[in-house]
Ligand binder design. Structure first.
Ligand code: ADP
Length: 342
């Protein structure tokens, strides 16, 4: 298990060409990734995520700040010592980066050959890794015979070969269909839980974060604009970038446009109710409405899981005479997070 501490990390690329300007790819980013944690960095394209990963595994040098991997400052290490740190870091990629001319077993074995592991030990380790990723019978297959999901399993097996304490995942599921993506994420969860490996993953997909990460950093324009527990960050986003990610994956209140369309069909009072990890006792809500003679239609939204906890918003149409509806809203307002949609 590995802890990674980024302390005010920055990366500037010098201006290129005559009219080029300097690029600040990563700007004053501080993140503390605990041993054994799955930490996601989410952001749109160009936010600085891949640069951040390359700084952590020492493929590029930070131009400001410090990066400690298990207490060792990789920003200060000479290349020879960096190699030792890198051997304790596995990495997987969106396009898998496998050797197409080699068999599955040879791909997985490769880091062990580089590390000088004796052959019998290598063979045993490859068999163990292939079995762990569910490809025990595929050792002699060629890469092009495999599906995308299988290729990423090979990538994971190869990344684990040298027993790293940290796995870096660069958009590891972005090239996969949703079902395959889910399977690979489940495998990463096993890597984390069963092998105790810390995972730092970067993604532009909210679903990836929602499904496996415990903590998240949201990046925009090179900066870490929001970070913390996945549920806390996404159930109460403070930053515009975070909000737009939430909107891509989580049920929310209707947009102004949606609301207009809903009003065409629903003449009753529209309210939006927020569900936050057991914060709403649904039987009590429905009883409260029934007691006041108010009917209810669920007209929009949904409830989902974030970091293993429930979150969502439902838009309800309340039907009854004005006074009854008003009383019902007042009563519900005591029990739940309720917003009357204007
Ligand atoms: P992301 O992974 O979030 O898409 P990147 O880390 O790839 O973002 O890029 C962040 C910014 O840094 C972008 O503006 C990109 O053009 C710039 N950048 C990345 N690598 C280099 C480089 N080697 N030289 C110059 N600019 C770079």
């Amino acid at each position: 298990m590995t802890r990674v501490q980024l302390q005010s990390v920055g990366k500037r690329y010098p201006a290129r060409g005559r009219n080029g300007t300097e690029v600040i790819a990563v700007d004053d980013v501080s993140i503390d990734i605990a041993s054994g944690e799955i930490h996601a960095v989410i952001g749109f394209s160009g936010a600085g995520k891949s640069t951040l990963l390359r700084l952590v595994n020492g493929l590029e040098r930070a131009t400001a700040g410090h990066i400690l991997v298990d207490g060792e400052d990789v920003t200060a290490l000479p290349e020879s010592k960096l190699r030792v740190v890198r051997s304790k870091i596995g990495m997987i990629f969106q396009q898998f980066n496998l050797f197409h001319s080699k068999t599955v077993a040879k791909n997985v074995e490769y880091p062990l050959v580089v590390a000088g592991t004796p052959r019998p030990e290598r063979e045993a380790r490859v068999a163990e890794l292939l079995s762990f990723v569910g490809l025990a019978d595929y050792g002699q297959s060629h890469i092009e015979q495999l599906s995308g999901g299988q290729k990423q399993r090979v990538g994971i097996a190869r990344a684990l070969a040298t027993n790293p304490g940290l796995l870096l995942a660069d958009e590891a599921t972005s090239a996969l269909d949703p079902d395959t993506s889910r399977e690979v994420l489940q495998l990463l969860q096993r890597v984390n839980r069963e092998l105790g490996i810390t995972i730092l993953l970067i993604t532009h997909e909210m679903d990836v974060v929602r499904e496996i990460a415990q903590r998240v950093t949201v990046m925009a324009g090179g900066r870490a604009v929001e970070h913390g527990d996945v549920f806390e960050v996404f159930s109460n986003p403070q930053n515009e970038t975070t909000r737009s990610f939430v909107a891509t994956a989580l049920p929310s209140a209707p947009s102004t446009e949606h609301l207009r369309a809903l009003r065409e069909k629903h003449r009753g009072k529209l309210v939006s109710m927020t569900f936050r990890d057991g914060s709403v006792d649904q039987p009590i809500v429905f009883q409260t409405l029934a007691d006041r003679g108010v009917g209810v239609n669920i007209v929009y939204g949904g409830i989902s899981e974030v970091g293993g906890r429930t979150f969502g918003k439902l838009t309800l149409e309340l039907i009854g005479d004005d006074l009854q509806v008003e009383h019902a809203i007042a009563a519900l307002g005591q029990q739940t997070e309720l917003e009357v949609l204007a």
